[in-house]
Design a protein around this ligand. Structure first.
Ligand SMILES: O=P(O)(O)OC[C@H]1O[C@H](O[C@H]2O[C@H](CO)[C@@H](O)[C@H](O)[C@H]2O)[C@H](O)[C@@H](O)[C@@H]1O
Length: 940
């Protein structure tokens, strides 16, 4: 179950961009026709803006608060740049994350877009450089050209004059930066021909931005998602963990910014693992909640903190919600680990709950999405559905949609005039050699060390290739630089070169530096093999760029790790397990010896995959998927929060009241072991006080057996009981249990028990609760994934083999399966109580699960369709189901009765989320609120 149980459903032939856009337009038209006010806007929320902001040196600058020198990336000449009129700010496009950025930008063809993201550390040109209004953003070290031979692991490139000054800016500077960003995006739109695109900056104090990214993102989440656990048992995490606090605060700042700019009908796309709390927080800031519904007192005005949002909105009596809920998709660009790894994370619940605030969670691959669903089942106890996760009745859809690259842009860069001369130089330099190329960040998951080890095995195992092949490995420094890894890599390179090289030949050329764009494309174009040995990688765009470069070149093969997102799309790559060094060595040999025909065939298939699904189709598909999975809530019923003030006024004026309560999940929270679900003294006191009022008829209507109810509630005077879903009734007056199943055929009990025994024996942790007239199979304490699987199997078996020939009903409860007689249900008890109390003019009825829906249905069906007119008497037939069981002749003889109750006196209340499918008219979120409501009624 953990790994893919089903085949990967990725379609073989991806639809074209035009097809997807047409489908998006159709979906939007359909939604608008149904009344969903789509704005035509998309808000992207990403970690940082695709720009760099530089504060230029000012004549009066004496000293800028500098923190650390930075090494700017190489900036090509053709990037968009704007400089403020007062020459204070300069903004230019930032390199990196090109696939995501180009995907986002492509959506501007069809939608107006806002990008809400952190400014990034703002750079400063320190004083003393005045007169040089344009800082040097050129190549950091042009002399270290990659083609130079015998260049070993480099030290950091030459220090630049730019310094990080963080982003602690006063309001005036924030305004200036915001305005300059606007000018920048306008220029970009004009120069690049984009549709409308606005950058909305998130400003973060430096201690938050550092703690967030360098702290929680890079030292906790990143290693975990790449299967590098922090297993050093001596390491102590301070409590509270400051980096977690920074992560939370940063996520709040992003969500708050979204809430400020959000308009009804906007589609929101949250990107990546930096922002996993954002989906839930956005709802909280907007006064909406996906799973636990609170009224929305804020409109679009966010409260000052998420915590405040919770409590303030929960306590407000305002039920006016904005009709349009925010529509959110979250795309996780990194891998998602097995739930066995994920559950080691101390803040696992918080992260998952944050993500599940989205309508749609998307991953790079099918298997990551399966791991995520397993994590939700195992960590949070939620159940899976056919398309995602059921979060207390609300479905978060989970799917996958791999990212692609901007093929046109890459082809353009490949064909740039500067590339050809560099290709020629490389070919000249390695005229009689095959070139293997690799380019990665130097962090452990990228598998550079394994690659070098495998290359050594290759030279050892295939001596004929010695002196005939070079490995050109380019690495860029990782954020969390690991001196140990750098040293290990450097030593291994020296070792291989010492062992297999000679005075005039070096088998491994390692360049630890940023390289120019032209050099990069030249390298990919001349290579005879690309070798990518990542131990874990969400996606890998180098492999895609290699395929595009090779289209105009040798059609060289690609050796690709199976532990990366790209792997599932690239069937014609030579797949390797990077831990199997001999296997990698064999794949290198196979690739280098491959015949031209096979190379062409494999390349053609790989090329088709890359051009068939680009960054543009990726982005458009995400929009399509979100539109396919939202909107139903606008036509579906959203249950309002129980209006306790209104209920209290009706209660106060009522002459006779029926108060009907389910037990588990309604008067007491769901717990692991059924016997531990005992009422608190407060709950018992509240119910006892209700029952003591002679105007009230109070009943517990439960699936529990009579013994349990007697044990915990028997001491409460004047309380009536219905046990086992209506199979047994004890009225509040005579104190005798009536068996409603007496006249029924109950011989099915042993057959059901046998089936449940079969599943109990095969499902560790599951148990059978054998009652007098019903049986419950519990799997709450089994392995959650296996338990759910077994439950579905047992349900299938009971429904296909037993239910058609026996008078039973099978009920799917909360981590249980229950079987009870068909003729009995909680609804019949409710009808009977109304019939017996025709003068009742107030009903409160509360329940949480599917069996309680029978009660709510019964309450609706006592009224004629469309509801009774003011002056119209409501006549009720005797509840045949129950009376006929007791005495069929009686049922015939009983008269119709006129009942007093009217729909506005009925408070059918479900315990669960507003979006849960229910026949109840009101909802509260938990048992505690049921008790609160009862206490309100009791207050004078
Ligand atoms: O009709 P109810 O009063 O809601 O009772 C329904 C069933 O509730 C019990 O099981 C559920 O609650 C347990 C305690 O919280 C929990 O451990 C279990 O997983 C739930 O399914 C009870 O054991 C059943 O007999 C009732 O039919």
């Amino acid at each position: 179950m953990e790994e893919s149980m089903h085949p990967d459903p990725t379609p073989a032939l991806p639809p074209s961009l035009e097809d997807i856009r047409e489908q998006v337009a159709r979906l939007e038209a359909a939604h608008r026709a149904k009344g969903l006010p789509l704005s035509g806007r998309i808000i992207h929320v990403a970690h940082h803006l695709p720009v760099e902001i530089v504060r230029l040196a000012q004549p009066n600058d004496t000293d800028v608060a500098l923190t650390s020198p930075i090494t700017p990336e190489f900036k090509p000449e053709d990037i968009v740049t704007v400089e403020s009129a007062d020459q204070k700010w300069k903004i230019h496009a930032r390199q990196g994350h090109t696939a995501m950025v180009s995907g986002i930008r492509s959506l501007s063809d069809t939608h107006e877009q806002l990008v809400v993201a952190w400014t990034g550390d703002i750079l400063s040109q320190p004083a003393g450089k005045t007169g040089q209004s344009t800082p040097n953003l050129g190549p950091t070290n042009p002399s270290s050209f990659v083609l130079q031979d015998n260049v070993e692991l480099h030290a950091a490139p030459t220090q630049s004059p730019l310094m990080v000054i963080g982003s602690d800016f006063d309001f005036k500077e924030q305004r200036e930066i915001t305005n300059e960003l606007k000018r920048f995006s306008d220029t970009e739109v004009e120069q690049e021909g984009y549709g409308k695109l606005t950058y909305v900056p998130v400003f973060m104090p430096q201690e938050i931005s550092k703690g967030h990214y360098e702290g929680y993102c890079k030292t906790t989440l990143w290693p975990l998602f790449h299967y590098l656990l922090w297993l050093d048992s001596t390491a102590t995490v301070p409590s509270p963990d400051p980096s977690w606090i920074a992560y939370q605060k940063a996520n709040e700042l992003f969500a708050k910014r979204v809430a400020e700019v959000w308009k009804p009908g906007d589609l929101v796309f949250v990107h990546d693992y930096h922002l996993q709390l954002v989906p839930k927080l956005i709802r909280e800031f907007l006064g909406q909640s996906a799973h636990v519904s609170f009224p929305g007192p804020y409109g679009t005005q966010p409260p000052t903190s998420a915590a405040q949002s919770d409590s303030a909105s929960a306590k407000s009596g305002d039920h006016s919600r904005d009709p349009s809920e925010v529509m959110i998709a979250l795309f996780v660009h990194t891998p998602w680990p097995s739930s066995e790894i994920f559950r080691c994370l101390p803040k696992r619940n918080e992260i998952l709950e944050g993500m599940l605030g989205a309508n749609l969670v998307l991953f790079q691959t099918y298997s990551y999405s399966r791991h995520f669903i397993s994590s939700c089942i195992r960590v949070c106890g939620y159940e899976s559905t056919t398309n995602g996760v059921d979060v207390n009745g609300v479905i978060t859809v989970v799917s996958h949609c791999p990212i692609g690259i901007d093929v046109k842009r890459v082809a353009h860069d490949r064909d740039a005039p500067g590339v050809r001369p560099k290709m020629d130089s490389l070919r000249q330099l390695y005229a009689d050699k095959k070139i293997i190329v690799g380019r990665e960040k130097l962090d452990a998951p990228k598998g550079v060390y394994n690659k070098l080890q495998a290359f050594e095995v290759f030279l050892e195992k295939y001596p004929d290739w010695r002196n005939k092949v070079v490995l050109i490995q380019v690495t860029t420094p990782a954020l969390s630089e690991s001196p140990k890894l750098e040293r290990m890599v450097a030593e291994l390179v020296s070792h291989i070169n010492g062992t297999y090289g000679s005075l005039d030949f070096t088998p491994v050329h390692h360049y630890h530096q940023a390289i120019e764009r032209d050099e990069y494309f030249a390298l990919l174009s001349v290579a005879d093999l690309a070798l990518i040995t990542s131990l874990r990688d969400g996606m890998n765009t180098t492999s895609m760029e290699f395929i595009i470069c090779q289209d105009k070149s040798n059609k060289s093969p690609l050796v690709l790790s199976e532990f990366m997102g790209t792997s599932s799309s690239f069937g014609e790559a030579l797949k390797i397990n990077p831990h199997d060094l001999v296997g990698v060595a064999d794949a290198i040999e196979k690739g280098l010896s491959m015949g031209e025909e096979e190379k062409e065939t494999r390349h053609a298939a790989l090329y088709k995959s890359v051009v068939g699904h680009t960054s543009h189709t990726w982005a458009a598909t995400m929009v399509q998927l979100l539109l396919e999975n939202v909107g139903n809530e606008h036509t579906a019923h959203q249950t309002p929060v129980l209006d306790t003030a209104l209920m209290k006024s009706k209660y106060a004026s009522a002459k006779k009241r029926l108060m009907l309560f389910d037990y588990d999940g309604t008067l007491t929270p769901i717990v692991k072991v059924p016997s531990a679900a005992v009422p608190t003294a407060r709950t018992r006191a509240a119910i006892a006080a209700l029952a003591a009022d002679p105007k009230n008829v109070v009943y517990l209507i439960s699936g529990r057996d009579g013994d349990f109810l007697e044990e915990h509630w028997g001491m409460v005077k004047h309380l009536g009981f219905s046990a086992e879903h209506g199979s047994f009734v004890k009225t509040r007056e005579d104190g005798e249990w009536m068996n409603m199943t007496e006249a029924l055929d109950m011989s099915w009990m042993s057959e059901v028990e046998e089936i449940f025994r079969y599943y109990t024996e095969r499902t560790t942790g599951s148990t059978i609760e054998l009652k007098k007239a019903s049986i419950t199979w519990h799997y709450r304490n089994a392995d959650p994934v296996f338990g759910e699987f077994q439950c579905k199997q047992a349900l299938d078996l009971l429904e296909s083999s037993l239910a058609p020939r026996r008078p039973i009903e099978v009920l799917v409860g909360k981590k249980n399966l229950e079987v009870r007689p068909l003729a009995i249900n909680k609804g019949e008890i409710v009808r009977r109580l109304i019939y017996e109390n025709p003068d009742a003019d107030f009903i409160m009825c509360a329940g949480d699960d599917k069996t309680d829906e029978d009660m709510f249905r019964a309450l609706r069906t006592v009224f004629p369709p469309g509801g009774p007119r003011e002056d119209e008497p409501v006549l009720m037939k005797p509840p045949v189901g129950i009376t006929s069981v007791l005495d069929p002749d009686d049922a015939e003889a009983l008269p119709e009765k006129e009942i007093h109750i009217r729909p506005d006196g009925v408070f059918a209340t479900t315990v669960g989320s507003a979006a849960k499918k229910t026949l109840a008219g009101w909802h509260v979120t938990g048992p505690e609120e049921v008790v609160d409501a009862v206490e309100q009624l009791l207050k004078k």
